[in-house]
Ligand binder design. Structure first.
Ligand code: ADP
Ligand code: MG
Length: 733
């Protein structure tokens, strides 16, 4: 995808590079237009003359070498595809004077004649390993005249090549030299491409213009030019994102909301009076801030970050009560049904009589807390909808079912989105747009801490607050990696530990990466790896084996909602000792006596996910224990990730580590559909200064010209970026 605004970049490549090449570019790299191709930046640059150093070949790299054949032999091998019949393999050894390389061809005996000793050529392919030797299997080749002098060709060939040769991300079927010659054809065609960045701004920032940037990045004369081009193009990436966000903020500024000022002696005051603990300083501070924001007739747009267990729910509930006191309703949106049910239960419990509106034992001022999920029975649903429409329900808890049109609020004042990392900018918009001209206030909560620059990029339409301290008395969680492959006896020790905890009156979670209820029967996954532990199977094994003496139950997402709810509430009551589950318990579930968590095949989970999961234990009086069971060998990268999770409880550090191991597109919640992200040069983790400057310029421009009327190229670029994101989003859901 190209994020520049000039429509001339949308020209298709067919007429410029030839139909066959154009087809190949599209099928191999999703490159369809001039802009796509110019946006396919080189991965690195080779200095002249270094191209063919056989001594320096790296495994797995697509390379091109210039070399001379020294030996050519055929060998017999037993061909499995032809039921073990003996076939011929041609092995060609080439050298460039610095080292040797093996070229291997199966069933291509003509290569023997073609590649006689003395033959000189360019050979291209992916470097592999065979019997301890570097090899190219079925390389592409371009042979030169047999009398060619290798050194001379290196000289003249490289004189014909630029000083720095761009090496492109390539595939086995589309080599870097073919991409390079396509770029060569296309570059002269953009002589009058229009630059969306104004001259004076470019001057101020020392940026080269767009055409120069494209030339420098593809055909640099020196590394300084590469740097200049990257600086400019990297800024562009940050800039479109920030323009889009600045426009969203500007649009929000124009919106009206109903002010929900705090009413003395209302539900909020009564709730505060009965709170069994005192709020932390952070909870109080953010609470005050939001209390003030809710008194404005501008919609509040706030992101609340805080570690697992930092007490975000209480903060949200207090804001919701203020809205109820002012006559409005609240929608609390959770990512899963289990979490919605959990919220519903805990809010109802916390409010006590204050939540029993219209009932005999209810408080005269009380409101109602209603649950609304997709799989509710028709009658329960109708009742809930009625309370929502009449305004009797001051707090409505649900999943995305709350976004459906049939859900009509009498007066929606505040939308709270819990565990934000599953929702994107677009879903947020969908929810708040429904309220018509008057927008509800919005509070978004996330337990995945986000580095500042990521927050500025992903949540740039929100103001951010962070709860940085945990409530007093929170217990530390000890995390241990259990290498089940090397030490099978340790797994038995895990179950013993679970038994010991239960004997002390505590409870345990056992988390598995998949359900295993028949929908995913084969033992291998689509990539041919063994499937990870299934909850259903482990549940059976534990019940009839090591945990047979305990009350063990199963919880996963495909159980009927009533079953899920009943299992969760029995676990919360302490009627279940061990809960074998999938990640349905990942977020928000809060059972004080749960002290132990065993995570099976832990390497299958992401870093932040593991951190979230273990946040479920150590919430009561007992210290938490988390056992990460893995078959990954010690020393492997996945084992190292687990060790990192075990070594720190700093959510920010882990979040950063997590983000570093993921692609930028994933970080931004875009482009997981195989199409590549529009962000190639920008790293939201590393380029804070670029993002800050882009944000400042975006503010300046949008401030003067919110519709971008005077900046049509920018407008086009942002539209393009937004629509690519939108379509990714649709594909994802
Ligand atoms: P989060 O949603 O941030 O993970 P919760 O809001 O679920 O955290 O809070 C976790 C637990 O801590 C709950 O049981 C809650 O009642 C309790 N809690 C919240 N604030 C405090 C506080 N200031 N002091 C003691 N306990 C608190
Ligand atoms: Mg929570």
């Amino acid at each position: 995808m190209n994020i520049q605004g000039d429509p001339s970049l949308d020209r298709s490549l067919g007429t410029l590079v030839g139909g066959k090449t154009a087809d190949r570019l599209r099928s191999e790299l999703q490159i369809a237009t001039v802009g796509d191709l110019l946006g396919h930046y080189p991965r690195r640059y080779d200095q002249r003359g270094q191209l063919t150093d056989l001594a320096r070949l790296e495994p797995e790299e697509h390379v091109t070498v210039l070399a001379r054949v020294v030996r050519a032999v055929t060998r017999d091998y037993s061909d499995r595809r032809r039921r073990g019949r003996i076939s011929k393999r041609v092995e060609i050894t080439v050298t460039d004077g610095t080292g040797e390389l093996l070229l291997t061809f199966f069933n291509q005996r003509f290569r023997l004649a073609q590649l006689q000793p003395g033959t000189v050529g360019y050979f291209s392919g992916k470097v592999g390993q065979f019997n301890g030797r570097r090899q190219l299997l079925h390389p592409d080749l371009k042979l030169l005249d047999e009398h060619t002098d290798l050194d001379e060709e290196l000289e003249t060939g490289s004189r014909a090549r630029p000083a720095l040769e761009a090496i492109y991300p390539a595939t086995a079927r589309l080599q870097t030299w073919s991409i390079s010659s396509s770029v060569e054809r296309v570059l002269p065609e953009i002589s009058d491409v229009e630059d969306p960045l104004a001259d004076d701004f470019r001057g101020r920032e020392g940026f080269v213009d767009l055409r120069t940037a494209y030339t420098y990045i593809h055909r640099p004369a020196n590394l300084a030019q590469v740097e200049a081009a990257r600086n400019r193009l990297r800024f562009d990436e940050a800039f479109v994102v920030q323009i889009e966000l600045a426009r969203m903020r500007a649009a929000t500024e124009q919106l009206h909301a109903v002010a929900r000022p705090r009413r003395p002696d209302g539900l909020l005051d009564r709730f505060d009076a009965t709170l069994p603990f005192s709020l932390t300083a952070g909870q109080r501070e953010i609470g005050d801030l939001m209390a003030t924001e809710l008194t404005y007739d501008r919609p509040m747009h706030r992101l609340l970050q805080g570690e697992v267990g930092s007490g975000k729910t209480v903060v949200a509930l207090r804001a919701m009560l203020q809205v109820v006191d002012a006559g409005g309703q609240n929608a609390l949106l959770a990512p899963t049904e289990v979490l919605a049910m959990q919220h519903h239960r805990s809010i109802t419990t916390m409010l006590g009589a204050l939540a029993r509106g219209g009932m005999l034992d209810g408080d005269p001022d009380a409101t109602r807390v209603r649950l609304l999920t997709g799989s509710m029975g028709v009658r329960a649903r109708r009742e809930a909808l009625l309370d929502v429409a009449s305004g009797a329900a001051g707090i409505v808890v649900g999943t995305h079912a709350l976004l459906e049109d049939v859900v009509q609020f009498a007066d929606l004042g505040l939308v709270v989105v819990d565990e934000q990392h599953r929702f994107g900018v677009e879903q947020r918009a969908a929810l708040t747009q429904r309220a018509g001209r008057k927008r509800p206030h919005t509070l978004v909560m996330t337990a995945t801490p986000i580095p500042r620059t990521v927050a500025m990029t992903v949540f740039g339409d929100l103001e951010t607050s962070t709860l940085s301290e945990l409530p007093a008395g929170r217990q530390p969680i000890q995390t241990t990696v259990v290498p089940a492959a090397d030490r099978p006896d340790w797994l038995q020790r895990c179950w013993d530990r679970v038994g010991e905890e239960v004997e002390r009156g505590r409870q345990a979670y056992v988390v598995c990466p998949r359900i295993g209820d028949g929908d995913d029967e084969s033992d291998l996954d689509e990539r041919g790896r063994p499937r990870p532990q299934a909850a259903v199977e482990l549940f059976d094994q534990l019940r009839s084996g090591p945990l047979g003496h305990l009350r063990v139950e199963l919880l996963h997402g495909r159980l009927p909602p009533e079953t899920k709810d009943s299992v969760m509430s029995r676990f919360a009551r302490g009627d279940i000792d061990v809960l074998v589950s999938t990640t349905v318990i990942e977020v928000g579930v809060d059972v004080a006596e749960a002290s132990t968590m065993v995570v099976m095949d832990a390497e299958r989970f992401g870093i932040s996910q593991l951190h979230q999961l273990r946040g479920r234990v150590g919430r009561g009086g007992a210290p938490g224990l988390c056992l990460l069971v893995t078959l990954s060998p010690a020393g492997s990268p996945s084992y190292a990730r687990l060790t990192a999770v075990a070594a720190t409880s700093d959510g920010f550090a882990l979040s950063r580590l997590d983000l570093e191991t993921r692609r930028e597109g994933d970080v931004l919640g875009i482009s997981q559909s195989g199409r590549r992200s529009a962000l190639r040069l920008l790293s939201v983790l590393d380029h804070e200064d670029v993002i800050t400057r882009a944000r400042a310029l975006a503010e300046e421009i949008v401030g003067e010209d919110p519709t971008l009327h005077a900046h049509p190229l920018l407008e086009a670029a942002v539209r393009r970026f937004a629509s690519s994101r939108q379509s990714d989003y649709l594909e994802k859901s």
